[in-house]
Write a new protein. Structure first.
Length: 402
């Protein structure tokens, strides 16, 4: 996928507004000027920063500008700073979604690289571009340098927290998304007309919906897929990962596959996600447990167990066997399951799908219809006919004849 997210740093990924207000007030105290509030700062701060310093009372005709810049950065370095709460999740989600990530900041580049390394996020970025001074002026020129390093025809998204970010992103030809957790208020940002989100993670999720509009349908299947993961997740693996983790990993894997929606368009999205869910569980099992990989997705399968076990998977098969037709003889559980698997495998794709949804994914008729993209009445008819055809196949075996 040829998509790049360009992140701003201060105020967007880094939560440093309080630090900036604290540093500014220390500088104002040095010049015997009154302090400002956080509210005043966010309502008035902007780029370039010179006019803002004049607004708070600093006479730049009498005070050396380089001294102001040096003092501010010395003061803010002494203030506590942290990443925005959702920054780690946002960067992980963007990486899992296959997005290239870069930083473009008006901070001096050596300080920018120091900070990204200090907060443990430098490895997420292909490029980290800052400026060569402390002026707090513009980063547009560096933005053009950054874009020149990217592959041709890349789709650009720019995430920032200021009006200047909006201007730079637009000038670079990027789709602009703003977050209101930083240095300027939501009211100021909304005046630009660009979408304003509450956090870095919300911004990434917005981009994912824009880049993959079909992914909106994923959420409607989350409860059923989570239940499916809970039923079939390796008990040892479940100590490390929740079913929700497996489903989230499945969604991320789907978004990374450029042909997920275009390959075999006749297959319902739910079944693609279902197959990918089981593949994800095998991948996670191999990754976390170093277990031998097995391909369990070419058949309607459940975890095998010993004959005296009563796992959820085997109970599915037992109940299904009784639903379709009663065995004439007492068959061993594994034999009964094998006959059912064979008979289901001989059904058409449409018949297999409706059987799987109703008897193994615990869907009612309305849920089946939604997963298959058909009307409820059509789903009901398909299910009845599929059962009839399955019963006929089972009656070919003497063990199921009454």
């Amino acid at each position: 996928m040829n998509c790049t997210i360009i992140w701003d740093w201060n105020g967007t990924l880094l939560d440093d507004v309080d630090a900036a207000v604290g540093a500014l007030n220390r500088m104002l105290a040095k010049h015997k000027l009154p302090p400002v509030t956080r509210e005043f700062y966010r309502a008035n701060f902007g780029f370039p920063v010179r006019p803002f310093y004049q607004q708070v009372g600093i006479d730049l005709d009498r005070v050396d500008w380089d001294e102001i810049c040096t003092d501010f950065h010395a003061f803010i370095a002494a203030e506590p700073q942290t990443l925005q709460t959702s920054t780690p999740d946002a960067l992980e989600a963007a990486r899992a979604g296959g997005f290239r990530q870069c930083i473009l900041s008006a901070l001096r580049e050596d300080l920018l690289r120091r900070d990204t390394a200090r907060f443990g996020v430098a490895s997420f970025f292909d490029h980290i571009f800052g400026v060569d001074n402390l002026d707090g002026a513009t980063k547009l020129s560096r933005g053009r340098d950054l874009v020149a390093t990217l592959p041709p025809q890349t789709k650009l998204y720019f995430i920032g927290d200021t009006l200047h970010d909006a201007e730079v992103g637009a000038a670079l030809g990027a789709e602009v998304i703003l977050v209101d957790c930083g240095h300027q208020t939501s009211e100021r940002l909304r005046a630009t007309g660009y979408p304003v989100l509450p956090s870095p993670l919300a911004a990434v999720q917005y981009i994912q919906r824009r880049a993959f509009p079909q992914a909106e349908s994923f959420e409607s299947f989350r409860p059923k897929l989570t239940a499916l993961a809970a039923k079939h997740l390796n008990p040892v693996l479940s100590r490390r990962l929740s079913p929700e983790d497996v489903v989230q990993e499945t969604f991320a894997s789907a978004l990374m596959r450029e042909d997920f929606f275009t390959n075999e368009p006749e297959v319902p999205v739910y079944f693609k996600l279902r197959t990918l869910l089981f593949q994800t569980m095998v991948d996670l099992e191999r990754r976390h447990l170093a277990a031998q990989k097995r391909d369990a997705y070419k058949e309607v399968d459940v975890p095998r167990c010993d004959s005296d076990d009563t796992s959820a998977g085997d109970l599915d098969w037992d109940m299904f066997a009784g639903t379709v037709t009663a065995p004439n003889s007492v068959l061993a559980r594994e034999d009964r399951h094998a006959l059912l698997r064979q008979a289901i495998g001989e059904l058409s794709e449409n018949d297999r799908q409706i059987i799987i949804l109703r008897h193994f994914d615990d869907m009612d008729n309305a849920e089946c219809a939604r997963a298959l993209g058909i009307e409820p009445k059509a789903a009901s008819i398909r299910y009845v006919r599929a059962l009839e055809r399955l019963q006929k196949k089972l009656l070919q075996y003497t063990e199921f004849q009454n």
